[in-house]
Ligand binder design. Structure first.
Ligand SMILES: Cc1cc2nc3c(=O)[nH]c(=O)nc-3n(C[C@H](O)[C@H](O)[C@H](O)COP(=O)(O)O)c2cc1C
Length: 309
């Protein structure tokens, strides 16, 4: 059977449905979700519950409440963005109470809830992952790659670049009845990438999310001052696209097939999403797309429509 447009033009192309997928056995209606850093409150979760994402990522959350960095913390330029939000969030005590309702709101919209947690040592990762599991999260993502955390003038170590710290952080979150994943910074050194993959392969990791922002980028204003007030920031957006694609391809090749890979970095169009799937991602997430759309969740609907087309 063919259908033709009212104008009598060529037959309308049937719109294929977006295919379902899974992350660590958790079913998603389609492969697109929001990346961490786009939802921290119940209102944020409720907005995303009404959006087109197939799962909702909330966080990253930390043990202590964090105000985040002051002043300009996000700057977008053609082809990239830099941010140094400093992981603002209400802390574990708040999320212990708030997460069950966030889970309920997500589930009422038939969307799994992913909770992203960030610790300052392996014990904190374990503690926060247990908190998320107790609250009913469907997936727990350990953010091992946040570059924007400073204390007393010095920058925190980025766990992703230390295979032993990766293994201990993930190990601290073992034994939970929810799949646990690791979100990694881009690993430019292939030897280090292999070491990190091997560290993850030996533990409870059910999925890997790659990539977090490229650390310590610098964007300048026309007068030469940094565009964000703390100076250096994590690079995201289109500049991350080939990097994320390369990370997904390499990690997919190195990790056991039992570990799913979620691709993140510079996804703007259906073709970008397709590229990440084609090199082995089972799902794809985006953050800068949403920030550049003034946090309007319709950006995800537009991306999904483009991909389905
Ligand atoms: C403003 C902003 C805040 C972010 N906050 C977090 C965060 O709290 N935790 C995290 O794991 N990643 C965070 N990210 C990283 C994103 O989740 C994503 O990995 C990265 O930006 C690359 O994807 P994109 O190009 O689609 O933004 C943040 C990114 C941006 C732009």
């Amino acid at each position: 059977m063919t259908t033709s447009g009212a104008s009598g033009g060529p037959p309308a192309r049937p719109t294929p449905a977006a295919p379902a997928t899974t992350i660590a056995g958790v079913r998603l209606e389609h492969p697109l979700l929001n990346a961490a850093g786009t939802a921290k409150s119940l209102d944020d979760v409720a907005r995303l519950a009404r959006s087109s994402v197939a799962a909702i990522t909330v966080g990253s959350i930390t043990r202590e409440e964090r105000a985040g960095n002051a002043g300009e913390v996000y700057a977008s330029r053609p082809g990239c963005a830099v941010n140094a939000l400093g992981m603002p969030n209400r802390g574990a005590a708040f999320y212990r109470d708030a997460l069950p309702e966030m889970v309920a709101v997500a589930h009422a919209a038939s969307k799994p809830l992913v909770v992203s947690v960030a610790g300052f040592d392996p014990g904190e990762y374990g503690e926060l992952a247990a908190l998320a599991a107790d609250a009913g999260a469907d997936l727990v993502e350990l953010n091992l790659g946040c570059p924007n955390v400073w204390e007393d003038g010095s920058q925190h170590r980025i766990a992703s670049f230390d295979p032993e710290l990766v293994a201990r952080s993930v190990g601290a979150a073992s034994g939970l009845d929810v799949p646990v994943g690791a979100k990694l910074s881009p690993l430019g050194d292939p030897v280090l990438l292999a070491e990190v993959a091997d560290a993850l392969a030996g533990g409870p990791t059910a999925f890997v999310v790659t990539s977090n922002t490229f650390p310590n980028g610098l964007v300048l204003r026309p007068d030469g001052r940094p565009a964000i007030d703390v100076g250096l920031g994590g690079v995201s957006g289109a500049a991350m696209r080939p990097i994320a694609l390369g990370q997904v391809a390499q990690l997919r090749a190195r990790l056991p097939a039992t570990v799913d890979v979620v691709g993140v970095g510079g996804v703007r169009s259906g073709a970008d999403l397709d590229d990440l799937l084609s090199v082995g991602a089972t799902a794809v997430a985006a953050a800068t797309l949403f920030w550049d759309a003034d946090e309007d969740p319709r950006a995800y609907a537009d991306l999904l429509a483009d991909w389905v087309d």
